[in-house]
Design a protein around this ligand. Sequence first.
Ligand SMILES: NC(=O)c1ccc[n+]([C@@H]2O[C@H](COP(=O)([O-])OP(=O)(O)OC[C@H]3O[C@@H](n4cnc5c(N)ncnc54)[C@H](OP(=O)(O)O)[C@@H]3O)[C@@H](O)[C@H]2O)c1
Length: 326
Amino acid sequence: MRALLCKTYGGIDDLSEEEVASPKPGPGEVRVKVAACGVNFPDTLIVAGKYQFKPDPPFSPGGEISGVVDALGEGVTAVAVGDSVVATTLWGGFAEEIVIAADKVMRRPEAMDPVIAAGFSMTYGTAIHALVQRGALKRGEALLVLGASGGVGMAAVEIGKALGATVIAAASSADKLAIAKEAGADITINYTDQPLKDAVKEATGGKGADVVFDPVGGDFTEQALRATGWGGRLLIIGFAAGAIPKIPANLTLLKGCAVVGVFWGDFVRREPEANRANFDRLFAWVADGTLKPLVSETFALADAPEALRRLAARQAVGKLVVDLTK
Ligand SMILES: NC(=O)c1ccc[n+]([C@@H]2O[C@H](COP(=O)([O-])OP(=O)(O)OC[C@H]3O[C@@H](n4cnc5c(N)ncnc54)[C@H](OP(=O)(O)O)[C@@H]3O)[C@@H](O)[C@H]2O)c1
């Protein structure tokens, strides 16, 4: 089978497409013929050895897939050969086949296209966990989303609206903000041409945001904290801008607010039932049209490095997906 391999930690340019042996499922595992694999910012970190998870090279990046189960390991009864599934794999998805634990796969809703489904689980799974379990977002509250046209950002905009919040989308260009607006944002702010704090205060009648969703980091995080209102929750999602921020702790005292970490991968491992309940809710929202995930571009396996370059260069909107049928 063909696979995109990271043979040693390094850059995106070091990845190579190669022919490798078909993997065999062990006890409790299934093999999935991959239809498509979502592209996520963590893929750019994992190949550099800079992510929370550090698989031993050689490995394939690619953290979320859709596909069809084509072989079962010993003792697997909950899944059958021929089932259409989705799974969060963390890595291994940029390949024609992947072996994963059977309890990690979920049935793909029939109405969901395999390409859309492949780009869904990591971003929407992270965003709902952040807003519901970590941020306790309530109907009528003001939610500020940074990087609002990116993968997790757009998911947070849509889920924030589904939960009844007023959504303020912040991004770096008019085009990106138009996409966030299309996804349901009520108010948009270009945070590269005006101070975020002032714009959010103006949009909230001086109160500040109740919940802030921050996947960007760098200098934006302190601005986001300054834009947070009394009793607010600043959700630390990631650091796409590169730098891990240090924040003035006195601001949390003055605002009576909380800075809350979000680590979806570990939530899935520690609280699988709560994660499945989140997905029941997400799939119901997809079925009734509340969520309309945007895949802006698809790539063949050989072009997966180009998709990663786009993400790293801040050029992607919505989701990029590698389509193994291309
Ligand atoms: N905590 C968790 O459990 C979890 C789970 C999944 C992902 N994440 C993290 O969430 C972050 C976003 O992931 P994603 O897949 O949604 O990425 P993405 O689609 O590339 O979105 C990231 C956004 O960050 C903004 N950005 C600002 N400076 C940037 C820079 N120098 N390079 C790239 N983007 C920059 C961009 O928006 P503007 O141009 O509008 O600023 C971009 O749309 C990553 O740090 C990832 O590791 C965390």
